[in-house]
Write a protein of this length. Structure first.
Length: 648
């Protein structure tokens, strides 16, 4: 099972439920000192500051970063949960080893490239590379868990026996020292694309997410949602959907988003009549969908942009419509649930006024505007979160409640250090997977064989990919799952004629589903702990609420209009039809049609069937689906089986 982080940041969801996810008191200052050094190094590299005449080469920078943040991981995370707070000397020794090996390799970055050490290295380079390999494996074990360690070991050692594998699994075989050199001194493994993305893009967004939470941005977005929707029918549930969606889209974290917003949203949902398990399921779905919502979509979106060779803004544009449709589906469901059970919203006297909320929260809106402007307009993707963070820190300093005090600065630095440390540890380990498949040549062979076995049947390939993504998502982080399948599965989908961005988003969506689907359902279990509900009951409710996440990937992979590919008319038409289809299916689930009221079993089945027909990207089926919906509504109105209900 994945472990999660209590802090925001790109892919931070992968650490939050680990009770020992923070350093002991004695280790906090070293962790913060190393974290500050790593952040300073990243800023120096990103803005070409040349501080103290220091501006390392690209590979040297990555080695320094790995050494620093692996040391943070060893000092912050215990050897095991049973040994938390003990054996500090082991952690210190490992941290020193990480600093020495990473530092030595960084100092010789130019030699590694110019003298071809990837193929023939001196003894000291081999020793340092071997040490770093073992440190990376220990780091991924502590930060990512045993499943991720087993994956890194299996594929990291694959070059040792690839020549003995049968069929398409056969690949180029390496000796032990050649494997070590390829993984550490080569550019496609430990310092490959995953680590490059962290170094160039993700650190800035981790800083932005941490600043947002430390300066109480989460409070503002929940208040804003409450001011807009708190008084409406089932208002607290809509507040949870919108508030968690906005907050999670900026922090990029599933679990930390739940831990931040659920203590507020779940009690208010229960107060107006939502059962505990339903309230927890709403929070779990809203937080899970948030990491698919631009502008910040977690580490995986940055990695996706690198694999596809496109700008991050391209991924943002492609992802926005499916994400919005998912939240529309959630709003439909919680509103219909409230309508069917006669639930009300909060009294207006208990919801904040919109203008005072906006007046108080202008620093966050301003920083968000800066982030989007620099990201989307100026196309300075790597620098945008730094500018937005500076704006937020300065703007929030005018109020005592939000300015960065000494204690908050320490909390901020610790938060950033932990999140980046865990990301570096995990993605360095995932680099071993990428390198093992890349150097042996098996990745390309696997894609070709998959395409051959499927016989060009894209539906079969998508189903296989969906199941594989879901299963891997149970034991891996979403980023790890995506990277693995983007190497093996995505090329086959693209070769089969599917849209490249849609194919990669398909893998991402299905990898995310394990967060709300039993037996893992990590997001649902976390929300259930806050709500005091039964974990599995909450998981099944979350799976039902999150049904659009199961369906949307199949829609946009077959019709890329939903990811903004096509003519304006085609895009608008597909958005409209998909919205209608989502409304129809959710109406069937909730046994409620606006202006009609409750509907029976036969009507529910017919209405759901009509929605499915509309989703199919064919004109005749869409017309047939619309006719079915019209007939169901007309028959129910004619028979007056239920009193009409007010719309949303």
């Amino acid at each position: 099972m994945k472990s999660e982080s209590t802090s925001p940041g790109a892919d931070a969801p992968d650490f939050a439920t680990n009770a020992s996810s923070g350093p002991s008191a004695i280790m906090r200052w070293p962790v913060m000192a190393l974290g500050a050094l790593g952040v300073l190094l990243a800023v120096n590299q990103q803005f070409l500051l040349n501080l103290f005449g220091f501006q390392p080469l690209g590979n040297a920078y990555l080695y320094y970063l790995i050494g620093i943040f692996l040391a943070v991981t060893f000092l912050a995370l215990p050897i095991s949960s049973n040994l938390a707070g003990r054996l500090h000397w082991v952690n210190v020794v490992l941290a020193i080893a990480a600093l020495v090996s990473g530092g030595w390799l960084g100092l010789h970055g130019l030699d590694i490239i110019s003298r071809g050490w990837e193929y023939d290295a001196p003894l000291m380079a081999d020793i340092m590379a071997t040490i770093l390999i073992f440190l990376v494996l220990e780091g991924v074990r502590r930060a990512g868990g045993p499943v991720l360690l087993a994956t890194a070991l299996l594929f990291g050692t694959f070059p040792l026996y690839a020549g003995h594998m049968p069929g398409f699994l056969w690949g180029t075989q390496f000796s032990a020292i050649e494997t070590v050199r390829a993984h550490v001194l080569g550019v496609e493994s430990i310092i490959g694309i995953p680590m490059q993305v962290v170094a160039e893009l993700v650190i800035g967004f981790v800083i932005f997410g941490s600043v947002l939470v430390i300066t109480k941005g989460s409070d503002f977005f929940m208040e804003l949602a409450s001011a807009l929707l708190g008084h409406s029918r089932g208002g607290p549930a809509k507040v949870a959907v919108i508030g968690s969606g906005i907050l999670g889209s900026l922090s990029g974290s599933v679990i930390s988003n739940i831990l931040t917003s659920a203590p507020f949203s779940v009690p208010t949902m229960r107060r107006v009549g939502y059962p505990a398990s339903y309230a927890a399921a709403v929070e779990a779905c809203a937080s899970t969908g948030a990491t698919l919502m631009p502008p910040v979509m977690g580490t995986v979106a940055f990695v996706m942009a690198s694999f596809l060779g496109v700008q991050y803004s391209t991924i943002v544009i492609a992802a926005v419509i499916p994400a919005i449709l998912f939240y529309v589906a959630l709003l439909f469901q919680v509103d219909m649930y409230a309508a069917r059970r006669g639930l009300h919203g909060l009294p207006r006297s208990e919801t904040p006024k919109i203008l005072p909320v906006l007046a108080k929260g202008w620093p966050y809106l301003l920083s968000l505007a800066v982030l989007i402007f620099v990201l989307m307009v100026l196309r300075m993707e790597s620098r945008s979160p730094y500018y937005a963070s500076i704006v937020m820190i300065v703007a929030t300093s005018f109020r005592k409640e939000t300015r960065l005090t000494y204690q908050r600065c320490k909390a901020l630095l610790l938060d950033i250090s932990l999140n980046v440390g865990k990301l570096v540890a995990i993605l360095a380990g995932i680099g071993l997977v990428v390198g093992g498949l890349s150097y042996t040549g098996v990745a390309g062979a696997f894609s070709r064989e998959l395409l051959l076995y499927a016989g060009g049947n894209t539906a079969l390939m998508l189903l296989a990919g969906a199941v594989t993504s879901f299963v891997l998502g149970m034991g891996m982080t979403v980023t790890a799952c995506y990277i693995f399948l983007s190497i093996l599965l995505a090329p086959a989908l693209v070769q089969a004629g599917l849209n490249p961005i849609a194919s990669h988003l398909f893998i991402l969506y299905w990898g995310m589903l394990s967060y709300i689907t039993p037996p893992v359902a990590l997001a649902a279990i976390t929300a259930a702990n806050v709500a005091g509900s039964k974990p599995m009951e909450t998981g099944f409710r979350a799976m039902r609420l999150g049904l659009p996440l199961f369906v949307l990937p199949f829609i946009f992979v077959y019709d890329p209009a939903l990811i903004m590919e096509g003519t304006a008319i085609n895009i608008v038409e597909r958005i409209f039809l998909t919205t209608v289809a989502i409304w129809a299916v959710t109406s069937a689930f909730e046994s409620w049609i606006y202006k009609v009221g409750r509907i029976g079993v036969v009507s529910r089945i017919a209405f759901a069937a009509g929605g499915v027909l509309i989703i199919v990207p064919e004109l005749l089926t869409s017309i047939a689906g619309a006719i079915v919906l019209g007939v169901v509504i007309a028959v129910n109105l004619m028979l007056k089986r239920r009193k009409p209900a007010q719309g949303m």
